[in-house]
Write a protein that binds this ligand. Structure first.
Ligand SMILES: [Zn+2]
Length: 427
């Protein structure tokens, strides 16, 4: 206990004096600074779930021996990981666009290729490695049908800030993972105002919570919120799923923690905000300082620049023969074609008929699809058109009050199917 109290005392002293040389790095964590819940959730899981602990230790033992044998990740073949993005939304602002998803995947692909343009500052650019890992949106869903690699689930849950993996379960207001051995699952949802994301570290075998949850505010580029609007949150979180720890070793400011990588300098605590040049701290006091631009630190997206060669070795180990993610490497769901699902138009009701001007067109589609409703008179002129995108239930009023009495044809078209029904207008 005395040791703990002394440590607290010296830490308090240190927080006043040691960081004096570096004002930028002494920023206090707050709602405006990056927060990742992964390590906190991980510690709890390791303490309470002996099954997970065992499966997790299997991975670490394998990675440890692989990295010793392959310190420079000698297999340079590019691995492309199929991704599914589950958007869990409560209100339309959380239901982010497909473009934001594709922007995010493109940004993370640059980060993992080591081709983003952000500076290594005082560090050698040889520490900005190409991981040879890339990501693609799945084209085939688990039932063999064509997919965009994006699912959308409306939820009544206001936020998922309890970090209990509930966004990963349909029964808890989220969406169940797609087969984790074939798809890397990403959940985009509301994690509250201060949490950027959290992930589950890989275990062997994987479980249904494996993947990353990202706050919708910080997912993608255009339309996401500064200073985490360059896609860095997903790059960081996937790093955890690929077995990387935070660069400061999550040791509460001591210099004893480790991220199991020799080429990331010892670091006291997380770095927040945007820095430049040499930044030192209590654990690394000389140039080039701490590696605050590493994706596994907490810097702003504009600072994020690199994964180191040792970090790449840890990731690559997961894809080696016997590794925990070897099945993701061979998954084919990003190539080939899925089965196109034919859309059926059902339960059509057009009322009233006869009508004195206003008609309602109601029907259901068997799948989400786009639909066009057009009304033509008996000489074939189109007098009204309505289009709806990505719907299953339609109930639209169409105003024919400007038309003369007579018979009209209402044509409903979706996918390859077209249905026509008559309606009469009596004025
Ligand atoms: Zn993290």
């Amino acid at each position: 206990m005395r040791t703990i109290l002394l440590s607290v005392f010296f830490y308090a002293l240190c927080s006043v004096f040691c960081f004096g040389q570096n004002v930028q790095n002494s920023k206090v964590e707050g709602t405006s600074f990056r927060k990742c819940g992964t390590y906190e959730v991980y510690q709890k899981q390791m303490a309470t779930d002996s099954g997970y602990k065992f499966r997790r230790e299997q991975v670490e033992a394998f990675v440890d021996s692989y990295v010793k044998e392959h310190p420079d990740y000698d297999d340079k073949t590019v691995i492309t990981i199929p991704v599914v993005v589950h958007i869990i939304y409560n209100g339309s602002s959380q239901n982010i666009s497909n473009t934001r998803v594709t922007d995010q995947i493109a940004a993370s692909n640059k980060d993992y290729a080591g081709t983003n343009t952000h500076s290594m500052q005082a560090f050698s650019t040889t520490l900005k490695a190409n991981t040879n890992i890339q990501f693609c949106l799945a084209k085939v869903d688990p039932s063999g049908h064509t997919t965009t690699g994006i699912t959308r689930t409306s939820t009544t849950v206001s936020d998922f800030s309890s970090l209990d993996y509930s966004e990963r379960h349909t029964s808890q207001g989220g969406c169940d993972a797609w087969d984790v051995t074939k798809y890397f699952n990403i959940w985009v949802c509301n994690l509250g105002s201060s949490m950027c994301g959290y992930s589950e570290f890989p275990s062997s075998p994987l479980d249904g919570n494996y993947g990353s949850a990202i706050n919708y505010l910080y997912f993608g580029t255009t339309g996401s919120s500064a200073p985490y609007n360059l896609g860095g949150t997903l790059t960081h979180e996937v790093g955890h799923c690929l077995n990387l720890y935070h660069t400061w070793g999550d040791d509460g400011g001591a210099c004893s923690g480790t991220d199991y990588c020799n080429d990331t300098p010892n670091q006291a605590d997380a770095t927040y905000g945007t820095n430049s040049g040499v930044v030192t701290d209590a654990c690394t006091t000389t140039s080039p300082g701490i590696m605050y631009m590493d994706f596994m630190d907490y810097s702003d997206d504009i600072n994020y620049a690199n994964f180191t060669p040792n970090q790449v070795s840890r990731m690559q180990a997961l894809f080696a023969t016997g590794g925990a993610l070897v099945s993701l490497k061979s998954s084919t769901v990003c190539s080939g074609n899925g089965i196109e699902e034919a859309t059926e138009i059902n339960n059509i009701d057009i009322y009233p008929s006869p009508s004195n001007g206003l008609i309602n067109v109601m029907f259901e589609l068997s799948n989400h699809d786009n639909v066009t409703i057009s009304v033509t008179n008996m000489i074939g002129q189109v007098v009204a058109t309505v289009e709806k995108e990505n719907v299953t239930k339609v109930n639209v009023p169409i105003d024919l009050s400007g038309q003369s009495s007579g018979i009209y044809l209402v044509k409903i078209q979706s996918g390859n199917q077209t249905l026509t029904q008559k309606v009469s207008l009596i004025k």
